[in-house]
Design a protein around this ligand. Structure first.
Ligand SMILES: Nc1ncnc2c1ncn2[C@@H]1O[C@H](COP(=O)(O)OP(=O)(O)OP(=O)(O)O)[C@@H](O)[C@H]1O
Length: 353
């Protein structure tokens, strides 16, 4: 599916602002962004229940809609699975899954049976929706959406109604089935964890625009700006002023090429990429190429989170507040002096807006 230059405004306000992307068969793309950024509107336009002001959508190279031509929603070969995936309460599972198929369950026993087996729901073929748990209903809804073999499947927060502990298992099962079916999937979510787990490609959306797109690895390890970095984890931010393409900090100098002298930059690092060393009578570790210069800091608070500990510090120079995560149990008392270093290969430097 190719989406090109979609624009949609409400009351003169662009809610979808020049959005373009491609999803290939068998690929899962996640449209990720905070509430209100325009994700659902984009999905609704692709589904055909809303209309763009400009831009076009192609499926398998064929035009589905632009501003003059429009295939009706039911003839788009696009499947839908929305948040409240409502199954038809008066129909058994078999008829729910067969709903989009010509001839109903009677004419499609094989396809329906195969799909139900695939989602581990065969034994519920005659059950009614109210007899199923939320997770089971979700599995049936997935089978129903895939039954007519759509070329594209649109999923809007499909797992948000489920118990947190069930979600990862259902996400993995869903992903396996989607891959087998070879459908192009566009999944809308506001949860970075979900996008990282499901996506081949993440489309990071903010204020109606896609600000970054790529594989989860790229978005996590090469964010385009501070907000993109902050979307995937807590971050530490140091600010500094550029002088001769360098920015001076308590952790040594950082290269900031291309940023004009005198302008401010933000140096961003995730908590797990801070290195901690003990104080040895007022001395810390020697500077290295990998970790730069160590800065003395004091513990302000330490908390145990289960898999890791979260330790907050304030640097002696500049009184910068920083947070580090350390695997396992590490709970130094407040005021403990420690030396902090920033893993240089994990630091992002952005001009300050
Ligand atoms: N029919 C409409 N008329 C006016 N404004 C609308 C309409 N539909 C959506 N909007 C506005 O467009 C913006 C984007 O909404 P949209 O539902 O696409 O965002 P979203 O990213 O999916 O958020 P959420 O996750 O909360 O659904 C919101 O500010 C919303 O109020």
């Amino acid at each position: 599916m190719q989406v090109r230059n979609l624009i949609r405004a409400f009351d003169g306000q662009r809610v979808v602002n020049d959005v373009s992307f491609t999803v290939s068969p068998g690929e899962v793309a996640c449209l990720l962004g905070p509430s209100g950024c325009g994700k659902s509107t984009t999905l609704r336009i692709i589904a055909g229940v809303d209309m763009q002001d400009s831009g076009s959508i192609h499926v398998d190279g064929k035009l589905v809609c632009d501003t003059v031509y429009r295939v009706p929603p039911e003839r788009r070969a696009i499947g839908l699975m929305f948040q409240d995936f409502a199954l038809f309460p008066h129909l058994p599972v078999s008829e729910n899954v067969a709903f989009g198929l010509k001839g109903g369950y009677r004419a499609n026993r094989e396809r329906v049976g195969a799909l139900l087996e695939r989602v581990h729901m065969s034994r519920h073929v005659d059950s009614y929706p109210h007899e199923l748990s939320g997770g089971e209903q979700q599995r049936v809804a997935l089978a129903r959406a895939l039954a007519p073999q759509p070329r594209v499947l649109l999923m809007d927060e499909p797992f948000s109604g489920l118990d947190e502990r069930l979600r990862d298992g259902i996400r993995d099962d869903t992903l396996a089935l989607l891959k087998d079916e070879g459908t192009a999937v566009l999944l809308v979510t506001h949860e970075p964890h979900e996008a990282m787990r499901m996506a081949d490609q993440i489309l990071l959306m903010r204020n109606g625009s896609i600000v970054q797109q790529g594989a989860p690895y790229n978005l996590y390890n090469a964010p385009v700006d501070r907000m993109a970095a902050a979307f995937f984890s807590d971050i530490n931010v140091l600010t500094g002023r550029v002088q001769g393409a360098l920015t001076q900090t308590p952790f040594g100098q950082f290269l900031t090429p291309g940023v004009p002298d005198g302008s401010e930059v933000e140096i961003v690092i995730r908590p797990q990429h801070l290195k901690i060393d003990f104080d040895r009578g007022g001395h810390g570790p020697a500077p290295t190429r990998e970790n730069g210069t160590a800065a003395l800091a004091r513990v302000t608070r330490a908390r145990y989170l289960g898999r890791e500990s979260l330790v907050e510090f304030t640097t002696e120079a500049g009184a910068i507040a920083l947070t580090a995560t350390v695997p396992g149990v590490f709970l130094p008392p407040p005021s403990t002096p420690m030396w902090l270093m920033l893993r240089r290969d994990r630091v992002f430097v952005f001009p300050k807006n």
